[in-house]
Design a protein around this ligand. Structure first.
Ligand code: MG
Length: 307
């Protein structure tokens, strides 16, 4: 049989058409007009707070305030989390609040050239992955190396290949625990090694393990990305978490006035049918009793804007 690439593509398209015909194209009767489905309106904005987003002395106090604001995600610090777990889970009982991601909290760093530091990273990071699985969290956020962390493997192809292999091992471990590794790109002043969402996604693609994902942080994206929507689109299926802050001073969204525009990024998240959390990672210049509800309102308003 003479079977070339064009045939293959044509057959593939025909095959795809057949699937569409069989399952997705609605059957119309007489002059019925098909209703256009607006998928973007159905994507929820799932907001999450970090431990420090609200003032409060206890988990219960913070969760009460979160419920008043309709916040359904909570992002705890990884550091010392095991010791706080019991109290946290007790306070979460009967509430519509899930653990979103776990924010770092491990020791050492993955790109360390010192074997002992690397091993300490692997042990403590796996402990947090285990905990993340237990808590139903999407994953544990990891920065491969902050600028201040030395000695660090050089920024070379060999290091990238080594990183991909090591992440593959962690991805397997994460999958066994029903959670994921979350790579977080930061701005150049904090972590030159990994700056752009697309680069993090590219590493995820090369690892090719569902247990390795990435995230975008609007604060860092302000300095490193040419387009919020482009950054999120580039992450595609690998995007598992998002951080948000004001865009000049890393404060509550809205405290930097008109600079705090997230509409373009939100457009991408809606079109991607992103079901994860947008989690606050920021300080506050004003009184949190005022700035937090104002930030929630601003984000919800911007989410509703069609662009
Ligand atoms: Mg962040």
């Amino acid at each position: 049989m003479n079977f070339n690439r064009r045939d293959f593509l044509n057959r593939g398209l025909l095959g795809a058409g057949a699937v569409l015909i069989g399952s997705q194209i609605p059957v119309l009767t007489s002059c019925e007009t098909p209703k256009r489905e607006d998928k973007t309106q159905k994507v929820p904005l799932n907001l999450s707070f970090q431990e420090g987003t609200l003032d409060g002395d206890s988990f219960n106090e913070k969760f009460d305030k979160m419920e008043e604001l309709g916040i359904t995600g909570f992002e705890p610090w990884g550091s010392g989390l095991n010791a706080r777990k019991k109290e946290m889970l007790e306070a979460l009982k009967g509430r519509n609040i899930k653990i979103s991601a776990i924010c770092a909290g491990f020791k050492g760093f993955i790109l360390s050239q010192e074997e002992a530091v690397f091993e300490e990273f692997m042990t403590t990071y796996k402990d947090l992955l285990r905990l993340a699985g237990e808590l139903g969290s999407v994953g544990v956020i990891m920065v491969p190396a902050f600028n201040r962390q030395e000695p660090c493997r050089p920024h070379t192809i060999e290091t990238r290949e080594w990183l991909v292999e090591t992440l593959s091992e962690l991805g397997d471990f994460a999958l066994k625990n029903n959670t994921s590794v979350i790579l977080e790109p930061l701005n150049r002043n904090e972590a030159f090694y990994l700056r752009q969402v697309s680069d993090a996604a590219s590493i995820c693609r090369d690892v090719n393990n569902k247990g390795v994902t990435c995230m975008g942080d609007f604060w860092h994206m302000t300095f490193e990305e040419t387009s919020d929507s482009g950054a999120f689109f580039s992450a595609g299926e690998y995007l598992s978490h998002v951080h948000v802050a004001s865009r000049k001073r890393r404060s509550m969204p809205g405290e930097d006035d008109e600079t705090d525009n997230y509409i373009d990024g939100f457009k991408a998240l809606k079109q991607m049918n992103y079901q994860g959390f947008v989690s606050f990672e920021c300080g506050s210049i004003g009184n949190r009793a005022d700035t937090v509800p104002a930030a929630v309102k601003l984000l919800r308003e911007q989410w509703e804007i069609e662009s």
